[in-house]
Design a protein around this ligand. Structure first.
Ligand code: AMP
Length: 395
């Protein structure tokens, strides 16, 4: 397999699958450019070697060509970050785009229009992939967030570059970091799962039971476990049809020797609002008409002591409704505990949109070992599933 670090792009035209699927406000201004910044090392390597870089990405979920999802909105900011002109092709395939590719000089950067303006992209259409590959010498995949999809630009295109395909720096770092917890992790290895629903996370939880020593569960999904065990959940978010599944998780954990840590207390509110009345109750005694929106103080202490004794930590999903200041304490304290444990030498990996947002909100971005850019892709890779975007480069 070719390593981007050792490859010389001089005189080569490289097409790079990047993930520029960034949030835009209603004036099409970028509100978080993390993903663009994450792609810079790969782009810089190509142009600084004397090659040219053709960048392709999706943005949002367009129905056909919709201006609000045009990658044109990214050009200005990317130009600023790179410190060099970025050309734009207002189609990702076609004659004009091919001409633009053919005219590229050493050091040029060309951004193509949104791949998902064509339904062929998500369908993994080979003809479409071939058109993307036209006029190009090298294929680089640097979009981890879409690596679990067999789309034209993420996987199918690789067949046209059998001896000239590679991962970009971002994907490489992702895979190396995730392998630290999915292949022979340091022990004790603790997974902290949170978020709203059990149904979203059940597969990964089941899979983690084969790997972890401790499983900490927080967030809205705990109420399905509480109800399954006969507790009162009041109006808390609860999936009644998943209680059996919750009991199976607990049973499987027991047979695998995994210690499951569920909250013992919680902060309950009389409505889903930051201004709601609150009280602290035992986790299995949420009063009628009230709902649990954060883990309680005893729980925080217990979780913290498990985290401090861990040598590898995976965190996915907040412990409560951290978007509201009155229910952010649990998530914040857990984030701080992860940072402290990292400081003591643990390897910590944070993945999944909301836990990443939480780490950023509490300004702990530089206090954890690695923050993954790929929610779904991260979880599928840990589950041991083959990611088409990864396999297409490795095979
Ligand atoms: P997920 O995308 O599944 O990781 O879920 C994240 C969302 O779960 C966040 O928006 C949180 O506000 C929400 N959440 C966490 N704890 C609770 C809770 N106790 N009740 C309702 N929603 C919650």
């Amino acid at each position: 397999m070719i390593s981007i670090k050792d490859f010389n792009f001089s005189g080569k035209k490289a097409i790079v699958r990047v993930d520029f699927n960034v949030p835009l406000d209603k004036n099409q201004k970028i509100t978080d450019d993390t993903r663009i910044r994450a792609a810079l090392p790969t782009i810089k390597k190509i142009v600084e070697d004397g090659g040219s870089a053709v960048l392709m990405s999706h943005l949002g979920r367009p129905k056909g060509s919709e201006d609000k999802f045009s990658l044109r909105h990214i050009v200005g900011h990317l130009t600023e970050l790179l410190g060099r002109e970025v050309k734009f092709a207002d189609d990702c395939i076609g004659n004009q785009t091919l001409n633009a590719k053919n005219n590229l000089q050493s050091g040029d950067v060309l951004l193509l229009e949104n791949l998902r303006f064509y339904k062929e992209e998500k369908k993994g259409n080979a003809d479409f992939a071939k058109k993307l590959a036209e006029g190009i010498d090298v294929y680089v995949n640097d979009a981890f967030g879409t690596a679990h999809r067999a789309h034209a630009s993420t996987a199918v295109i690789a067949q046209f570059f059998e001896s000239a395909k590679m991962f970009g720096f971002l994907i490489k770092r992702e895979l190396t970091s995730i392998d630290k917890i999915s292949v022979n992790p340091r022990r004790p290895f603790t997974a902290i799962m949170g978020g709203a629903k059990v149904s979203d996370k059940i597969q990964i939880i089941n899979n983690l039971l084969d790997k972890v020593d401790n499983l900490i569960i927080g967030g809205g999904m705990i109420y399905t476990f509480v109800k399954a065990q006969g507790g009162n959940v009041g109006n808390s978010i609860c999936e009644d049809d998943k209680t059996e599944l919750a009991l199976e998780v607990l049973k499987k954990a027991k047979t695998k020797g995994v210690k499951v840590w569920l909250p013992v207390d919680n902060v309950v509110a009389n409505e889903f609002s930051n201004d709601a009345k609150t009280q602290l109750t035992s986790i299995d005694a949420v009063p009628e008409g009230w709902m649990g929106l954060d883990i309680g103080t005893k729980t925080i202490d217990i979780f913290k002591s498990v985290i401090m004794k861990s040598s590898a930590i995976l965190w996915n999903g907040p412990m409560g409704v951290f978007e509201m200041s009155n229910f952010q304490e649990g998530t914040k304290k857990i984030a701080v505990a992860i940072a402290e444990s990292t400081e003591r030498g643990a390897f910590s990996l944070i993945g999944g949109g909301d836990s990443v947002a939480a780490i950023n909100k509490f300004e702990l971005t530089n206090s954890v070992s690695y923050i993954s850019t790929g929610g779904g892709a991260l979880l599928e890779y840990i589950e041991g599933k083959e990611l088409p975007g990864v396999t297409a480069i490795r095979k």
